[in-house]
Design a protein around this ligand. Sequence first.
Ligand code: DX5
Ligand code: ZN
Length: 211
Amino acid sequence: MILSPSMLSADFSCLKEQITQAENAGAKWLHIDVMDGIFVPNISFGACVYKCLKEHTNLFFDVHLMITKPERYIKEFADAGADMITFHTEATDKISECIDMIHELGKKAGIAINPETGTDEVKPYLDKADMVLVMSVHPGHGGQAYISDVDGKIQELRKICGPDYLIEVDGGIKKSNIKHVTDLGANVIVAGSAVFNDDIAGSVKGLLEEI
Ligand code: DX5
Ligand code: ZN
């Protein structure tokens, strides 16, 4: 079970300190939300921000691209230190090519679907990709409530993908529902506001204890 704290909810004035606290408390991954203001209504930050953090941490950089036509920027995000690059199937008509590009750059590839997108959109690519990301909020902002309509998709994907495949769930996950999501079959859990809005180390430990 992997916890991937989402940097989007961190205090950007002291990112290094905050991610170090999460790492020291037991987190292994860092979820990095890149938003372009087009695929989603919000703009977050680009590759130059997490590039600066790379030398200060051993966290696995789990980069979630909420950008249109991700093929334009895959190399830049890989070069900046991404370990996993996940893009949305809704954002490109070059899904297979994007996975190949990511692999050719020596990184893991993830494919993401929005809450209203069916699993049929990812099924043809599951063998080729390393991870599927099920969004459990409408992408664009931290701090939203978990949409339980996605429960069935998580269960279905776990059945299809077998026990070891990486299934990440992102949005609205807290101490009160993290166990519910892992019981459905998720094994990579993103938590933003539940980690960074409070005592970071205590929150990471609390979430890890639940799973
Ligand atoms: C939303 C982002 C999420 C977000 C999760 O578009 O993809 O990763 O940071 O935040 P919480 O955990 O607060 O819902
Ligand atoms: Zn995300």
